[in-house]
Design a protein around this ligand. Structure first.
Ligand code: NDP
Length: 322
C-alpha cells in the first residue's frame, strides 16, 4: 500500500507518498481500500503541528472505499461492502484501518467520491445547524467562509431550517457560490467591516448566532456582531487560534453564549453517528443538499491540495484520489 506519513510537522512539501506494508485488521477493525479521500482543514492543523498527533503523522481523517478485510470479531461489515468514515487518522493512504464502529455503509447509488465529500463537512454542518444552535424561522445566522467546505453546507442547512443567512467570503466569485447555496446577504470581509455591515443588515440588532471557523482574524468582531443573548459558535481557526478571553467580555457584549464544539462530541456513540449520517445522506438523496466537489487531486499530489486550501483558493470540497 501507499501512504502519506511525514515524520515531523512542516509545510505542504512534506506530503510525500511512500510504500509501506499493508496491515491486517486487529480486533474491531476493517481494512478498506480507499476510493476517495476527504481533505479537511484539520489536516492542515495536523500537518503543521498546530494540533498534536502521533509520529509519524497519520495524516487524513476521512475517506470512502471498499472493505478488503475484516477482523474475525466484526459483525457489522463484510468484505466487498462500501463504507465511508471520518475521524480516522491515517486516511491519506490507499488502504486504511477503520474501526468498524466508526464506519458507515454508503447508500446504494451514491458513489464513493460523493460519500467522502459529504461525510465530515456534512455532519459538521448538520450538528451546527440543528444541535449546537437549533436554527429556525426568525433567526439570523452569520456564517464565515460561506463558500468553503463546511460553510457552503451550513448555509444550505440554515436556509432549510428557515433562518436568514448572512455569509462572509473573501472574493466576489466565492460570494456568487455562497449566494447559489442560499445566502441572503454576502459580505466581502477582506474589504468591508463585517461587524458594521452585519449591524446595518440587521437594523442595528445583531444576529442570533455567529458560526466562526476563521478564528484569530474574526473572533472579536464576531462577538460584536451578536444580538443580546446571542450565540458565538467557534468551531475552527483557519486564520489561527483565538487568544484567551475574560468571561466578563460575554457579559459586556450582551450576556452572550460561547461554545467551541467539535464533531467527535456530536457523533460520540455509534447510534448518534449512524443517525446523523443517515439524516445527511437522506437529505442529499432527496436533492435537498448540494455537495459541490470544488477540486480533486491525485493522492500523490496532496501537497498541491494543501497549498490551495491554505491559500484560500478552494471552494466546496477538496478530494484526493488514490
Ligand atoms: P474551508 O473549505 O472552509 O477552507 C477554509 C476557508 O477559511 C478558506 O477558504 C477561507 O475562505 C477561510 N479563511 C479565512 N481566513 C483564512 C486564512 N488566514 N487562511 C486560510 N483560510 C482562511 O475548510 P473546511 O470546510 O475544511 O473547514 C472550515 C473550518 O471548519 C476550519 O476552521 C475547520 O477546522 C473547521 N471544522 C471544524 C469542525 C468541528 O467539528 N469543530 C469540523 C470540520 C471543520 P475565504 O477565502 O472566503 O475567507
Amino acid at each position: 500500500m501507499e501512504a502519506i506519513r511525514p515524520t515531523q510537522p512542516g509545510g505542504p512539501e512534506i506530503l510525500k507518498v511512500a510504500k509501506c506494508p499493508t496491515p491486517t485488521p486487529a480486533a474491531g477493525q476493517l481494512l478498506v481500500r480507499a476510493e476517495a479521500i476527504g481533505v479537511n482543514y484539520i489536516d492542515v492543523y495536523h500537518r503543521t503541528g498546530q494540533y498534536k498527533t502521533e509520529r509519524p503523522l497519520p495524516l487524513g481523517v476521512e475517506g470512502a472505499g471498499v472493505v478488503e478485510a475484516v477482523a474475525p470479531d466484526v459483525q457489522s461489515a463484510k468484505v466487498g461492502d462500501r463504507v465511508v468514515w471520518c475521524g480516522t487518522p491515517g486516511s491519506y493512504a490507499t488502504h486504511v484501518l477503520v474501526n468498524a464502529e466508526r464506519a458507515v455503509h454508503i447508500p446504494d447509488g451514491m458513489d464513493s467520491k460523493l460519500a467522502a465529500a459529504a461525510c465530515l463537512q456534512g455532519m459538521t454542518a448538520h450538528y451546527l445547524a440543528h444541535d449546537t444552535f437549533r436554527l429556525g424561522p426568525g433567526h439570523t445566522a452569520l456564517v464565515h467562509a460561506a463558500a468553503g467546505g463546511v460553510g457552503s453546507l451550513l448555509v444550505q442547512f440554515a436556509k432549510r431550517a428557515g433562518a436568514t443567512v448572512i455569509g462572509t467570503v473573501s472574493t466576489s466569485q466565492k460570494a456568487a457560490l455562497a449566494r447559489q447555496a442560499g445566502a441572503d446577504e454576502l459580505i466581502l470581509y477582506g474589504e468591508q467591516d463585517f461587524e458594521a455591515e452585519t449591524r446595518r443588515l440587521t437594523a442595528g440588532q445583531g444576529v442570533s448566532v455567529v458560526y466562526d471557523s476563521v478564528g484569530a482574524t474574526t473572533f472579536e468582531k464576531s462577538l460584536r456582531s451578536l444580538k443580546t443573548r446571542g450565540y458565538l459558535v467557534l468551531f475552527g481557526q483557519s486564520s489561527g487560534p483565538v487568544p484567551a478571553i475574560d468571561p466578563q467580555v460575554l457579559s459586556a457584549h450582551g450576556s452572550l453564549f460561547l461554545t467551541r464544539p467539535t464533531l467527535a462530541h456530536y457523533t460520540s456513540t455509534r447510534a448518534e453517528l449512524v443517525a446523523r449520517a443517515k439524516a445527511l445522506f437522506a437529505t442529499i438523496s432527496a436533492g435537498a443538499l448540494e455537495i459541490r466537489i470544488g477540486r480533486t487531486f491525485p493522492l500523490a499530489d496532496a501537497e498541491s491540495a494543501h497549498r490551495a486550501l491554505e491559500a484560500r483558493l478552494t471552494t466546496g470540497k477538496v478530494l484526493l484520489i488514490p
